[in-house]
Design a binder for this molecule. Sequence first.
Ligand SMILES: [Zn+2]
Length: 149
Amino acid sequence: MSFELGFKSHYEILGISNEKATTEEIKEKYKALVLEVHPDKNLEEAIPAPYKNTEITFQAVFQAYKVLRDPSQRSAYDQGLYDRRYRLPGVVNETVYIDELEKIEDGWVYPCRCGDEYFVPSDDLDLEIGLSLIVNCSNCSLLLRVIPA
Ligand SMILES: [Zn+2]
């Protein structure tokens, strides 16, 4: 999927891979993380190992949590995230149902008219149940809209 390089969602900042996580799960994650990143601690030690040399700071973690713990802010954020993720350059060339795609080991593929193919990773589809998904051809700028079963 074409996310801008370097962009991290609030979920990624909190280390949450499931964007449907409950508020309780988010809170648990935040509490664990904040113990590691809190500025009261020695700054050198304040950044958890996976985040060393990245821009993730206590401020970013707190900001992410502030939005995700509030259901109305979270739903606005989720919508923005969705728009940001799928506002791709190009036109939707075709709309297909997921069962028209060919299942491969880690996702689905569908032939593009340029001779290459569209690839839908399994994870992406799980995430967007109920919503159609727009994928980019691996080779050209055409887009495919996939409707989950
Ligand atoms: Zn193509």
